[in-house]
Structure formats: C-alpha cells, structure tokens
Design a protein around this ligand. Structure first.
Ligand code: NAI
Length: 258
C-alpha cells in the first residue's frame, strides 16, 4: 500500500538532468516536474538550459535551476553539482543524459573525432556519475541514477556508420552495471535506458533516406518521441524501482528484436 501511494511519484525530489536544454533531456525534465520533481539542468548550452529551466518552472510551479558545464571536464562538473546543491538545498536523483553522435566511416575517422565521441558519451557519463555518487556517499544519502545509453550499445545501426557512438554506448551499459554493483551497499541504484530512433535535434539533421530506412526497420514503422522515454526514466528514478539496479531498459519500437 505504501508503494502504491508513491507509485511513479518524484514529489519533493531534486533531479539533476544533464543535456536537459533540449531533446530527450528537456522532455524528460518536463515530465519529472509534472510528477513532483524539482529540476536542475546541467548543459553546455547555458542560455538554452536557462530558458528550458525557466519554462518548466513556470509551467509546473516548481523550483528549477540551470547551470552550464561541459560534462567532459570533471572540474566543471564538480562545480556545477556544488552550485546546484547550494541553490536547491539538496540533490536526490540524476538523469545522466548528455551525448553526441558522429556518423562517419572508421577509415575516415581522425583520432580527435573518435576521442570526442568517447569523451562526451562515455567519459562524460562517468564524470557526472562519479561526481553525483561522491555527493551522495559523502552525505550518506540514498539515491538513483539513470544513464542514457542507446540501442546502439546492443546492436549496430544501419546504414549509417558510427562505430565511435556504438562503442561509447556499449561502454555506458557496462559502466552502469559496474556502478550498480559498486554502489549497491550505499543505497544508490544505477540503471540505464537504451532508446531506439527518437526524433530530436540530434537526429533531425540526418539524411531523409536514412530516416526512412530507420522507420522501415522499426516494427512500429516510426521514430519515437522524446516524451515516450519519460515514463521509463521516472520509473527507474522512483521508489517503484526499489529492487531494480544495473538494468538496461530498451525502448525502441521493437527495433532490436527483429
Ligand atoms: P540533443 O542533441 O537534442 O541533446 C543533447 C544535449 O546534450 C544538448 O542540449 C547538448 O547541449 C548537450 N550536450 C552535448 N554535449 C555536451 C557536453 N559535452 N557537456 C554538456 N552538455 C552537452 O540529443 P538527444 O537526442 O536529446 O540525445 C540525448 C541522449 O540520448 C544522448 O546521450 C543520445 O546519445 C541519446 N540517444 C538519442 C537517441 C535519438 O535517436 N535521439 C537514440 C538513443 C540514444
């Protein structure tokens, strides 16, 4: 019964969302506010993050805060967490979501390009999770983290060639499991979501013929909407998922099962 009252509620929780200025992070942030959460957006696009935080705050009458940081820079991440804690009074949960994609054949990829994708998508997820884990552990606080991986951590996309992205996301899935085990006795749950093709700024610039093929290859015959991921993130962050850790929730319109 106690569980039922709290089902999918994030009432009173302060939730940090990286990459929340736009796309999946923004849509999920809005839904988190709708179920009672207060929002901190960490993004390198500071002005856009501020606008998003303000918009959500107004719409749902919640306290929100935006702070600029590049997730590949551990010192900036630590400072952002410190500022957010000072502003909000506490931090409870993390949606660790900032990421980039690069579609380029391996033979044409230069070392900087490879490093950049791994740096944002894997190192960035690690630095933010590490800073947030430290924050919770230093305060002896329970908490939960959801990392954004991708179905690309499980399958190889086609026809676009994006080995750096795929490798980085497979890394996120395994990092999630490692953190889940390492922090299980600290009361910190760590899970990931693996979206299929979702229509956001990230995918809106992609060639039309590729997008048509993606839809064709997806049993639902369409791309997902960012808000279709919100329920999964809210579930994994909420007390409803109190026995779930190290899991990767694939939300892909059936793409990976055919
Ligand atoms: P997006 O490009 O619309 O949003 C990404 C956000 O992350 C932006 O606000 C950007 O400023 C921020 N960001 C990028 N690099 C950053 C850095 N170094 N430091 C701080 N912030 C940074 O992308 P979208 O589609 O919302 O993607 C969000 C996450 O979902 C990414 O991790 C992406 O890989 C993942 N994903 C997206 C899918 C899709 O089809 N759109 C499918 C599967 C996973």
């Amino acid at each position: 019964m106690e569980m039922l009252k709290k089902l999918f509620s994030l009432e009173g929780k302060v939730v940090v969302i990286t990459g929340g200025a736009q796309g999946i992070g923004k849509a999920v942030a809005e839904h988190i506010a709708a179920v009672g959460g207060e929002i901190v957006i960490i993004d390198q696009q500071v002005e856009k993050a501020e606008e998003t935080a303000f918009e959500i705050g107004q719409k749902y009458q919640r306290k929100t805060f935006a702070v600029g940081a590049d997730v590949t820079k551990p010192e900036e991440v630590a400072l952002a967490i410190e500022k957010a804690d000072r502003e909000m009074g506490k931090l409870d949960l993390l949606f660790n979501n900032a990421g980039i994609v690069l579609q380029k054949p391996v033979v044409e990829l230069n070392p900087e390009e490879w490093r950049k994708v791994i740096d944002v998508n894997l190192n960035g997820i690690f630095f933010v999770a590490q800073a947030f884990g430290r924050y919770l552990i230093e305060r002896n606080k329970d908490g939960a983290i959801v990392n954004t991986a991708s179905m690309s951590g499980t399958i190889v996309n086609y026809p676009q060639q994006q080995a750096s992205y795929n490798a980085s996301k497979a890394g996120v899935v395994q990092l999630t499991k490692s953190l889940a085990v390492e922090w299980a006795d600290k009361g910190i749950r760590v899970n990931s979501i693996s979206p299929g093709y979702i229509f956001t700024e990230l995918t809106s610039f992609v060639r039309e013929d590729w997008r048509a093929l993606w839809k064709e290859l997806t049993p639902f015959k369409r791309m997902g909407k960012p808000e279709e991921l919100a329920g999964a993130v809210i579930y994994l962050l909420s007390e409803s998922a109190s026995f779930a850790t190290g899991t990767d929730l694939i939300i892909d319109g059936g793409f990976t099962i055919v």
